[in-house]
Design a protein around this ligand. Sequence first.
Ligand SMILES: C[S@@+](CC[C@H](N)C(=O)[O-])C[C@H]1O[C@@H](n2cnc3c(N)ncnc32)[C@H](O)[C@@H]1O
Length: 210
Amino acid sequence: MSLLKSLSSIKRIFSSDPYWDSSHTDMYRFERTFDPHMPKLHSGKLILDWGCASGLSTVGFSERYPDCSVIGLERSYYAHEYAKRHFERSSGVSFVRGNGYNMDRLFKNKKFELIAMMNNMWFVANRFTDSRLQEIMNDVVNHIDDDGYLFLTYNYEIVLFQKEGNSLHMKNTNVDKDSDYVKKSSLLKIARASNLDGVDLEKLVDRLYS
Ligand SMILES: C[S@@+](CC[C@H](N)C(=O)[O-])C[C@H]1O[C@@H](n2cnc3c(N)ncnc32)[C@H](O)[C@@H]1O
């Protein structure tokens, strides 16, 4: 099946699923856009593709980091089944079904060197109260190794945070300076909610877009 046909069949399957937020699912994002912004990871480490949908982004990570293991987490039954069926045989890739708002239940003793939230949390952060988002993000950040990374994307825009001690630092970014207010405020909300040590992320986000 051609790539275009398989992408449109993915979209058809997920359009009936309430959890599927259709967007740019493009397996070439890594090479085209993200590569210069991606961190170096240690071999043998774990990557979590949080909200992986069809698993294309999970495979993208495993191709970019062949020495790491990548877990694709997805709460949608249909998306998870699709990912397993098509990609679980790819080396270094596995899939878990569950709600990423409760990381402890899913990955009690696991830590990841990189957690990627691609085209999901940044889309919806404004729907949460500050305190709920803080709970969710603290739980996520607790599952990142010391010196590990949180990778957020909104289509082709990215922000990479590194966990250093008890703080998150913004490392690499690729943002559109003309982004709308909602996109900026959503990023700021996530940054604030994930901030463990009182770094002034509000200033950082302001600077990023100025
Ligand atoms: C737009 S897709 C992005 C897929 C993939 N990350 C990518 O960039 O190609 C967003 C996915 O995140 C999943 N998702 C959203 N909230 C989630 C949660 N709390 N736990 C697990 N998956 C979630 C949705 O079900 C959806 O499949």
